[in-house]
Design a binder for this molecule. Structure first.
Ligand SMILES: Cc1cc2nc3c(=O)[nH]c(=O)nc-3n(C[C@H](O)[C@H](O)[C@H](O)COP(=O)(O)OP(=O)(O)OC[C@H]3O[C@@H](n4cnc5c(N)ncnc54)[C@H](O)[C@@H]3O)c2cc1C
Length: 410
């Protein structure tokens, strides 16, 4: 049998492509190398699946940086309202408990997969798991898709093989290899959305402290403008938390060039040196006997207050007035920007996202079709786009999968 389309990979992108193509009466074969479909989708959002968010289109596009404008056509075709309506039509209710991030009402990613699976069954999509695609070739008008055990033929191929993160959930990087075999280029690939390891031993003493609204910036020439603000959690050898995961995207490529990447962290919810000085003086005036560590605990967790005192070489039981002037200055500087040195990360195995992918200029954003090979489509994380935490990456996978599944030609 010659299929209208073979979709390789059953993540959010591949599933949505299959559903769209089958809804348009195309015969669809979905090939997945893992024993079950949608394993990564099921693991998203800590098992709760943050499907999308409520951001306006322009802001959403900007969240993906300079590359974001590539997404305009796909998002215009199928954005969050379309996704939420589609899911509702197939039986999944969603909500946004914080008014921004959208989850299934059940808060269980399995319920998302269940309705998608039911829809695929209704559309008679041929799903074959444990089919590890080895090679894709194009001979005259048809593609031949070779797996370890079988060969399939189709008029179109949608590549939805995802990135390199979490191989236990199916990531393999095969899609990059297939893309290259068709003459496509792939950018450098980096682990992104990943906890970072730091050289600073003191962080382990602050383990399990979650600090909100921490601003992180890169302390390298011409890079101080790169900053992110969000939650930070100290670990035994580094930092994690949503703010760190988003910021890691900026840091991991630098680790290829530098042994260490110096960061500066503001743990005081954005207070600058002047504001910190005013705060310390005010607190000391309110209670002249208060130890500096107790004053700091008004704005920092106890363990971090102690560590910052010791970094400034300030005895934490001193009152503010007893601290020598030059040490006060050092303390204030450290409170405004605490240095951290990133020396590594958890590796691709723990990377929620891959930064980089199939080069965008070789893909037509109006169709997601290859500009080099007619009938070949790309979607999802496989292409050179990565967004922050908060439903951005799944929305992109669903939107690009939908557009690819339209099987449009320029
Ligand atoms: C733990 C975790 C939590 C996350 N949480 C969120 C979240 O809450 N919200 C959000 O927006 N994003 C989240 N993300 C990111 C998001 O999951 C991904 O960006 C998105 O799932 C990518 O979808 P995809 O369809 O492109 O790829 P994938 O979901 O990775 O699917 C690719 C599929 O292709 C298959 N495949 C690969 N090679 C082959 C081959 N040779 N033959 C056959 N099949 C193959 C793989 O087995 C896999 O099933 C999370 C990621 C992780 C790892």
């Amino acid at each position: 049998m010659i299929f209208d389309v073979v979709v390789v990979g059953s993540g959010a992108a591949g599933i949505m492509s299959s559903i769209k193509a089958a809804s348009d009466k195309k015969s669809v074969l979905l090939l997945e190398k893992m024993p079950k479909i949608g394993l990564k989708l099921k693991a998203t959002g800590g098992g709760r699946c943050n499907i999308t968010n409520k951001l306006g289109l322009e802001d959403f596009i900007n969240s993906f940086g300079r590359q974001g404008r590539f997404m305009r056509d796909a998002l215009s075709e199928f954005y969050h309202d379309d996704l939420i309506k589609f899911l509702s039509d197939i039986g999944l209710q969603t909500h946004a408990p914080d008014g921004f991030r959208v989850f299934p009402l059940s808060h269980d990613s399995k319920s998302v997969l269940d309705v998608l699976r039911a829809k695929m069954k209704e559309l008679k999509i041929d799903i074959k798991c444990k089919q590890n695609v080895q090679k894709i070739e194009r001979n005259s008008e048809l593609f031949t898709i070779v797996t370890k055990t079988d060969k399939f033929q189709s008029k179109h191929v949608v590549m939805a093989t995802g990135g390199l993160g979490y191989s236990t959930l199916g990531a393999s990087g095969d899609g990059y290899r297939f893309a290259k075999s068709f003459g496509h280029h792939v950018t450098d690939l980096h682990a992104a959305m990943i906890p970072l390891h730091v050289e600073d031993k003191w962080v382990k003493n602050c383990r399990a402290d979650t600090i909100a609204k921490v601003t992180l910036k890169i302390d390298l020439p011409k890079m101080q403008k790169i900053h992110k603000t969000g939650d930070l959690i100290f670990t035994k050898n580094g930092i994690r938390g949503r703010g760190v995961l988003d910021f890691a995207t900026e840091v991991t490529p630098l680790l290829d060039r530098y042994e260490k990447v110096p960061l500066l962290a503001n743990f005081t919810k954005g207070m600058n040196e002047n504001q910190i000085q005013i705060f310390l003086k005010q607190e000391a005036r309110k209670n002249s006997q208060k130890e500096i560590v107790d004053i700091l605990q008004k704005i920092l967790p106890p363990s971090l207050s102690q560590e910052i005192c010791s970094l400034a070489d300030v005895d934490c039981v001193l009152t503010y007035s007893k601290i020598p002037g030059f040490k006060k200055e050092k303390l204030i500087k450290l409170l405004a920007w605490t240095p951290l040195s990133v020396i590594g990360h958890d590796g691709f195995e723990k990377a929620m996202i891959t930064k980089g992918g199939v080069v965008l200029k070789e893909i037509d954003p109006k169709t997601m079709q290859s500009r080099l090979v007619k009938g070949l489509y790309f979607c999802g994380e496989l292409v050179d786009l990565d967004g922050p935490c908060g439903g951005y990456n799944l929305q992109w996978s669903f939107s690009s999968g939908y557009l690819a599944g339209c099987l449009l030609s320029a």
